[in-house]
Design a protein. Structure first.
Length: 85
């Protein structure tokens, strides 16, 4: 997490779009689109970053704790050929 976070600096959240959510007493998940304005890598100017994020939570000692988070830049439909390398 520290290594991933080190690639971004001087950022601000510009929005969250909830795509799906599910909750049980033992498990919860959220799928959302996250939007940021941030400096990436060694850039001197801020850029817009949009990520599709899935976060999975479970209760531990009376509080919900994140147990998994996956984020990627795929936020729109892509042709099936795009999965072939």
């Amino acid at each position: 997490m520290d290594r991933a976070a080190a690639n971004y600096r001087d950022g601000v959240v510009t929005g969250f779009e909830n795509v799906a959510a599910y909750l049980t007493p033992e498990l919860a998940y959220i799928v959302e689109i996250e939007r940021y304005k941030v400096r990436v890598g060694e850039a001197t100017e801020s850029a817009s970053v949009v990520l599709r994020v899935t976060s999975i939570y479970r209760p531990e000692e009376g509080a919900w704790k994140i147990m998994h988070r996956h984020a990627d830049p795929i936020v729109s439909a892509r042709p099936i050929d795009s999965v072939i390398s």
